[in-house]
Design a protein around this ligand. Structure first.
Ligand code: ZN
Length: 83
């Protein structure tokens, strides 16, 4: 099985065409309410999504800036994931 370069074996449950590849989870705020990571269905490991879990409806502007930078970094890591 081919795993994306960003796949974390501890979080990956891809088996054949079932399950999904997942990167490590990044906690984006000190209250631990915003968590992001990369996700790709096992059937399409080259198609990455950003998985966003947000328990807050508002972020401080500085936290939003940090989250934006993290999203850009994830998007870059998702490019050409099967190198
Ligand atoms: Zn994987």
């Amino acid at each position: 099985m081919t795993h994306p370069t960003w796949c974390d074996p501890a979080r990956c449950d891809a088996r054949g065409s079932a399950g999904a590849h997942r990167s490590r989870t990044i906690v984006a705020d000190e209250r631990r309410l915003v968590r992001i990571g990369l996700y790709a269905p096992a059937a399409a490991p080259g198609v990455a999504f950003v998985e966003l879990r947000c328990g807050a409806q508002m972020l401080h502007a500085r936290q939003a800036y940090g989250l934006g930078r993290l999203l850009v970094s994830l998007a870059r890591a998702a490019e050409d994931p099967l190198r």
